[in-house]
Design a protein around this ligand. Sequence first.
Ligand code: 1VS
Length: 331
Amino acid sequence: ENGSAAAIPIDPRFDIAYVTPVTIGTPPQTLYLDFDTGSSDLWVFSSHTPESQVRGQRIYSPEKSSTAKLLAGHTWSILYGDGSGSLGNVYTDNFTVGGVTVTSQAVQTAQQVSYSFTSQSEIHGLVGLGFSTLNTVFPNGQLTFFDNAKSTLDSPVFTADLKWKKEGTYDFGFIDETKYTGEITYLPVQTDPGYWTFTSSGYAVGDGAFHPASIVGIADTGTSLTYLPAEVVTSYWGQVDGAVDSDYYGGYVFPCSSKLPSFTFGVGPANITIPASYINYAQITEGSPVCFGGLQSSSWLGVNIWGDVALKAAFVVFNGANPPTIGWAKK
Ligand SMILES: CCNC(=O)c1c(-c2ccccc2)csc1NC(=O)CNCCc1c[nH]c2ccccc12
């Protein structure tokens, strides 16, 4: 059974993250979760989350679901690279998104969440769409929603059609030809340690020359910005009047009045262009003349991340066949 669900930006001013409605349990409880190809835990705010850590989020209450079953003796604990994290217990229950149902999906209920999640009232949890090897449930790792659903889908794929400051879609089981133009270019995926890791063939700044390069990075719907090697971002921001890599603001900032070039990245023989507007990510604070860049250095991360700023410029196919591949198309 295939499916399609909305990817809704949580903030009308800038695309911090996208959430998608899901239902869990019997009778169905609706939550809005962040579908995240950069991790592999499905966790939710729950009746087990201390009230002091819940600020407006909807919660999943397993005790109100006749189909919920505690996965006895199992716990989980996840720490993301940005220092945020959460931990708790595990239930299995019915899980539906966009018409696709998994009847015994591992649903990780939070007993602790870090402040950065408490402060995001629009995000009621995450649905990991990375490879199940990254799942943190102990002692037995659990399968992602996609791994569980794969066998019931017409094709073992899901696609991301994220949009700039607009609602996009995640499709499961099929490729919607109306959502892209030209051809889809498929690239091999390295599944170790469990991210959708691929190699970009280079980059260009604005209308400048294309620089062939092998940029190994992860396609990550759960990360807002795009983090690339220092020499790439230096050459980009070098074209912007007044742009500086600020320790104070924690990255490249620039005068909001400056004109930005677009950024093109290679996907095999093809390429994807990120419009300048996507790279003018946000004012530092409401009304500030200082703006924060959507393209930042990956020097301190240890990994290049093609986050939402890049993904929303393309139609992306996450192909879970054996071997997995990742497809990129213009739109
Ligand atoms: C900025 C969030 N991204 C990361 O930490 C991350 C890193 C990473 C590693 C080291 C330093 C910084 C980032 C590698 S893969 C990767 N990707 C993920 O971990 C994807 N999941 C992010 C979930 C997430 C963390 N904090 C949030 C706040 C709002 C919505 C979602 C989140």
